[in-house]
Ligand binder design. Structure first.
Ligand code: AMP
Ligand code: MG
Length: 532
């Protein structure tokens, strides 16, 4: 491995490896790692790295100048072929509850952190390659990632950021030039696919499972050291580490998680694998795998075929699952806190914060100034109305802003519904339900009138929370299909459009439409597996 000076000038401050206990074994072999938060490991070289995705906003956060470094050097560095001098690569140790069961050690099986950069605004950003080769935590897998999953992570994490959802970011997407074999549906049909690496960026990638692993092994010193580190570097406002700060920190994790999940419910995001190893202690959406975007408003939907039978991680179950996951983190912190009541109080904070966030969110989506106590039946009826026939959630809310509130009493059902027709997948089936939908719209219009807001002010407020552009499953798939054939134009077009998800972009209407029929049952568009 050669080193490059291209990024040497960045202000690296590798606090994780400096302050936390390291794995004493140097060999990069798959094993149980005891008493350590990480293992030092080098990325494995790839044959022909090519930069195909770049987020200039994330580069600016880090202080990387694309022109100055040059694409060739960036591709080498963000494929893991070259390191900048101050980089100290490592893979983190963590565990997790997967699908409700304790799974023991998991860890960064294919993620390798390069280092932490502190930028001019004193923000700390960890740079992590996903798919850069095996680590001691790779278990039976290869440490690599395929292009399709890398395109999905790159696009979606940036789209989520611009949608205002707390998330990890993506700096770069690099094709490796190597093939990776995957059995996409675990059905005995492994096939080679192009490999790729995303460089993701976040203040930290610490997860609930980062703490659970040490509690499960009774390694309380490591647990305490890690909690102290987390508070000092990422929650300094909570004061010096100690039992009171551990509780305040857990309370804050509960609060942030509630805010994050409410955002998911607002934009129609289904994470797909809410295992505790995929839950960030910073309250960020993390680990984009078989996630999906709700097209038809169906709270029972999950994109993840691995979860098809129990649908534990279905859209409507996400708030409950987050609570369950927080309870596992609370259990892990019990030995540090020594009392159960404050941890239970923090879990209760999750519930009240989520309820409050949800109320504010639904009021905003509906263009109401605030949700009143007697608005509940109106909201409940909306949830039912959205499920009468296949209704596109994103288009429905976006078009709802165009409702002619003043004319609602004079218009007949069809005229009233006119602006919303685009949201329906099977307009024929709507006919039978028209009176009920129109009835709801009239009640809603009357309720809006009571707020006395102007149409322009309501429209602007609604359009700021109801996106026009989201990374629909089939759009990501179109970008993947094109990229697999060497055309990365679709990917960059989507990446650009999704930077302004709330703006009307007249030349991009083709990216705001309903899922086309061909995508209804196509793998990648409606069904995904963990195999990536
Ligand atoms: P995930 O379901 O993506 O959250 O992954 C669960 C665990 O499997 C984590 O420890 C990952 O690092 C590991 N893992 C997933 N895919 C791979 C891979 N291709 N190679 C090595 N480890 C992997
Ligand atoms: Mg994961």
């Amino acid at each position: 491995m050669t080193t490059s000076s291209a990024l040497d000038a960045l202000n690296f401050d590798n606090s994780f490896v400096r302050e936390l206990p390291a794995d004493a074994v140097a060999a990069n072999q798959r094993r149980q790692v005891r008493g350590a938060c990480f293992s030092r490991v080098q990325p494995s070289a790839v044959s022909a790295p090519k930069l195909i995705g770049w987020s200039s906003e994330v580069a600016a956060l880090l202080g990387i100048d694309r022109e100055q470094v040059g694409d060739e050097a960036l591709a080498q560095i963000f494929a893991g072929n070259r390191l900048a001098g101050p980089m100290e690569p490592y893979a983190a140790c963590y565990g997790g509850h997967q699908f409700g069961n304790w799974a023991g050690q998991l860890g960064d099986g294919r993620a390798i952190t390069l280092g932490e950069v502190v930028n001019a605004d004193a923000q700390r950003w960890e740079m992590q390659l996903k798919g850069a080769g095996p680590t001691p935590y790779s278990r039976t897998a290869d440490g690599r990632a395929v292009l399709r999953s890398s395109v999905r992570e790159f696009l979606c994490s940036e789209a989520m950021f611009h949608l205002g959802v707390p998330t990890t970011r993506a700096l770069s997407l690099v094709l490796t030039g190597d093939l990776v074999v995957r059995d996409m549906f675990y059905d005995g049909h492994p096939a080679p696919e192009p490999g790729a690496i995303v460089c993701r960026v976040a203040p930290s990638f610490l997860r609930f499972g980062s703490f659970e692993i040490f509690a499960s092994r009774g390694e309380l010193d490591v647990l305490r050291t890690l909690a102290d580190y987390t508070i000092s570097h990422h929650f300094a406002e909570l004061g010096p580490p100690g039992p009171a700060a551990y509780v305040a920190w857990f309370d804050e994790v509960c609060r942030r998680t509630a805010v994050m999940v409410a955002h998911w419910m607002r934009v129609g995001f289904v994470h797909g694998v809410m295992n505790t190893d995929n839950m960030s202690v910073l309250g960020l959406t993390i680990d984009y795998g078989p996630y999906g975007w709700l097209e038809d408003f169906n709270p029972g939907w999950t994109p993840n075929t691995t979860d098809a039978s129990h649908r534990r991680y279905r859209f409507g179950n996400q708030p409950q699952i987050a609570h369950w996951n927080l309870a596992q983190l609370g259990n892990a912190l019990y030995d540090l806190v020594g009392e159960v009541e404050p941890l239970q109080a923090a879990l209760a904070t999750y519930v009240t914060t989520y309820e409050q966030q949800w109320r504010e969110m639904i009021a905003a989506k509906l263009g109401l100034l605030a949700l009143q106590a007697d608005d509940q039946p109106l909201v409940d009826e909306l949830m039912d109305v959205l499920q009468l026939v296949e209704t596109d959630m994103t288009i429905f809310y976006r078009k709802l802003a165009e409702l002619d509130v003043d004319a609602a009493e004079q218009l007949d059902d069809r005229q009233l519904l006119e602006p919303l027709l685009e949201a329906y997948y099977a307009p024929d089936e709507l006919a039978a339900h028209m009176p009920r939908v129109a009835g709801w719209l009239r009640r809603y219009a009357a309720r809006l009138k009571a707020d006395g807001r102007t149409k322009a002010s309501r429209l602007a407020a609604m359009n700021a929370v109801n996106p026009k552009y989201v990374p629909r499953n089939y759009l990501a798939q179109l970008a993947i299909d094109a990229s697999e054939k060497g055309d990365h134009g679709v990917l960059s077009e989507l990446h650009e459009v999704l930077k302004r998800p709330y703006d009307e972009q007249p030349s991009k209407e083709h990216l705001a439409g309903k899922r086309p029929d061909w995508a209804r049952s196509r793998p990648g568009c409606s069904m995904l597996s963990c195999s990536s």
